[in-house]
Design a protein around this ligand. Structure first.
Ligand code: FEO
Length: 397
């Protein structure tokens, strides 16, 4: 398996072929936890892996260099998928200093009780010479934790970007050009939507800074590295960081006795009268990972819920709770749904839309028990309204 990124810069991480849940994100294609070894006069390990795979990481490093020759272990990000093997790695590399910023040191100490670790605390913009190569450190706060940073090797133009530009994609290949580009970009989009989306402004600040570097290779901490298609992934991030709308509307719903589904279907019939693309998503059979990925580039969406026990349907509440945290920006939306004697399902859904600062396109659209012909026509008209919004938001496509 190819592990060399450049001469004396190697991938030493772990491929997690079987992980299917990443704190709620369904990782259907598995993932990788990428760590890298830079060998020079001084030797540095960049990042780490999940604790259960520490032995794998240590073996990969040991195959390339004696462990007591490791001088530095750089920690770009304290989240445990990249740091929980650090205690084992540190123990295996007795002469290594842990290089990180002060916030990361604090986080590592809180996570691992690492009070006596030999930290070398660096600041934004600092450099660490290794010999012919240099490590430069750039803080990227809230992309996507407060301590997050990236490490750049100017002599090679390699950016170790941490989670940014990553994908949950298990692969024996190390570079994006070895896989179909649409597959890699699709996983990068899903990753962005489910992990990075709430942090559009910090992402834009990080891109402005990192994008100015003479980058030839991007080595993220998940998935494959970028070498040939760097302009493509940078262009995608420019769109995703503002949740740029396309001519697309999404209707998601949870029905009880089919009435809310009939309303949802009628809404899509209204959209279908136009050339606006649309998706109909039953949240009872669609994972939130997929739903959120559909929403990042829509212009408008509708959420429908029947009323159960004077509230929203539980699965829609789950989806909207997830969505409220991820905060897609610049979307227009409305709520709809059926009820029997308490009109709460749709209005609770609307409260979530307000909390995520969606532009409310129209008052809640409700019907008692079963949608009649006039209700279905009102749903179609609401669908046309979604379509008009999508056409206005993305007129040039
Ligand atoms: Fe892959 Fe934020 O950890």
């Amino acid at each position: 398996m190819q592990t060399q990124i450049l001469p004396n810069i190697d991938w030493v991480g772990h491929i997690d072929w079987t992980v299917r849940d990443f704190h709620g994100y369904r990782t259907e294609a598995g993932s990788t936890y990428n760590a890298y070894l830079v060998r020079d006069t001084k030797t540095a390990v960049i990042d780490s892996v999940k604790a259960p795979y520490a032995a794998d990481l240590i073996a990969h490093v040991a195959a390339l260099t004696p462990l007591d020759k490791v001088d530095y272990i750089v920690c770009n990000h304290a989240e445990p998928d990249h740091s929980s093997a650090l205690p084992a790695l540190r123990a295996a590399c007795p002469n290594a200093k842990i290089v990180c910023n002060a916030k990361c040191r604090d986080a590592l100490q809180a996570h691992f009780g690492a009070m006596d670790w030999p930290f070398e605390v660096i600041r934004d913009g600092d450099s660490l010479p290794l010999g012919a190569r240099t490590l430069q450190f750039f803080d990227t706060p809230m992309v996507h934790w407060p301590e997050s940073m990236a490490t750049f090797v100017p002599e090679d133009g390699i950016l170790f970007s941490m989670d940014a530009f990553g994908q949950h994609l298990a692969s024996s290949q190390r570079f994006e050009q070895e896989l179909p580009l649409d597959v890699v970009l699709g996983h990068a989009k899903t990753y962005y939507a489910n992990i990075v989306m709430p942090y559009g402004k910090p992402v834009s600040q990080a891109l402005a800074r990192l994008g100015a570097l003479p980058i030839k290779t991007i080595c993220p901490s998940h998935g494959v590295c970028w070498r040939k298609h760097i302009p493509d992934i940078l262009a995608c991030y420019q769109k995703w960081m503002v949740c740029a709308p396309t001519r697309k509307a999404v209707v998601l719903f949870s029905s009880m006795w089919d009435s809310t589904r009939l309303m949802a279907k009628a809404i899509t019939e209204g959209i279908a009268e136009t050339n606006v693309a649309f998706k109909l998503i039953d949240v009872n059979v669609t994972h939130d990972t997929e739903t959120v990925t559909e929403l990042i580039d829509c212009a408008a969406f509708a959420v429908g819920s029947a009323t159960l026990n004077q509230g929203m349907m539980p699965n829609l509440a789950r989806t909207l709770t997830y969505l409220r945290g991820l905060r897609p920006t610049g979307k227009a939306a409305f709520a709809f749904g059926s009820y029997g004697w308490s009109q709460k399902g749709a209005s609770e859904a609307e409260a979530y839309l307000q909390a995520m600062k969606a532009e409310i396109l129209r008052p809640v659209l409700v019907c008692r028990y079963r949608p009649d012909a006039s209700t279905l026509e009102a749903c179609r008209e609401a669908g046309r309204q979604l379509a008009r919004r999508a056409l206005a938001a993305a007129p040039a496509e």
